[in-house]
Design a binder for this molecule. Structure first.
Ligand SMILES: Nc1ncnc2c1ncn2[C@@H]1O[C@H](COP(=O)(O)OP(=O)(O)OP(=O)(O)O)[C@@H](O)[C@H]1O
Length: 228
């Protein structure tokens, strides 16, 4: 996913993270009238609309294969809808500059350039404060390594740090902590909930763990109820 183009908006991972840290304060992340199917595939969404307010933590619930990951990728501008739009504070996702919607997926190895060292990867969007580094338990000794010299969980901590450093208005967490043990998962979510609350960031959560959803989400959206 890291280097893949992603449709009409926020066209590459680089553009997701490049330059500007400033966006107008967003009042909602919305998808309106979304229809989408992969080429040759069945229709995943037909006129789906959903809205996430700043500061909300919304869990998307649906059966496996329904399209949760696809919806996350559309919200973050990696895939363009066939019909409908994604709006942040009433405006389309920007074509250039930093994307106000940052996606942290389940497979961090697909989100990084394997030739880069971890500090450079983490700082793709700009400097990363000690609060984020410490809050995510990132060790100084990992900074000079390449991605293949870290565990999946260690690499994921860098991907989370990089997304937060982009100063997004909305964070999309698609099975972001599935590779962590219970203690590490708890540590990461404790930090993410506190950080997003303090920065009034909206958060979308996709997880197959009901206890995680219970703990983190302020609202649960059953996608099956929206897409009828
Ligand atoms: N790049 C792709 N090209 C074609 N079909 C795809 C592609 N990615 C996903 N699909 C299909 O789209 C459907 C939705 O996939 P998606 O990964 O969004 O579902 P999901 O709800 O996140 O599933 P899970 O809970 O199992 O992770 C699936 O049937 C899948 O096979």
């Amino acid at each position: 996913m890291g280097k893949a183009t992603n449709g009409e908006a926020c066209a590459t991972e680089g553009q997701h993270l490049a330059s500007g840290r400033e966006h107008a304060s967003a009042r909602a992340l919305e998808v309106r009238g979304l229809s989408f199917s992969y080429p040759g595939g069945r229709q995943l969404f037909d006129d789906l609309s959903v809205r996430i307010e700043p500061g909300e933590r919304v869990a998307f619930i649906a059966p496996s294969g329904f399209g949760k990951t696809t919806l996350c990728r559309i919200l973050a501008g990696y895939l363009a809808p066939d019909e409908g739009s994604v709006l942040v504070d009433g405006a389309a996702l920007p074509l250039r500059g930093v994307c106000p919607v940052q996606l942290i997926g389940q497979h961090p190895e697909t989100m990084v350039d394997p030739r880069m060292r971890m500090r450079a990867i983490m700082e793709e969007a700009g400097p990363v404060g000690d609060e984020i580094v410490q809050g995510l338990g990132i060790h100084e000794a990992w900074m000079s390594r390449h991605p293949h010299e870290l565990s999946g969980g260690e690499l994921q901590r860098f991907c989370i740090a990089r997304a937060l450093a982009a100063n997004p208005r909305y964070l999309i967490c698609d099975e972001t902590t599935a590779m962590f043990d219970a203690v590490a998962q708890d540590e990461i979510w404790r930090f993410l909930v506190e950080f997003t609350q303090r920065h009034e960031m909206g958060l979308v959560l996709v997880s197959h763990s009901p206890s995680l959803v219970d703990r983190v989400a302020t609202r649960v959206v059953k996608l099956t109820d929206l897409d009828e």
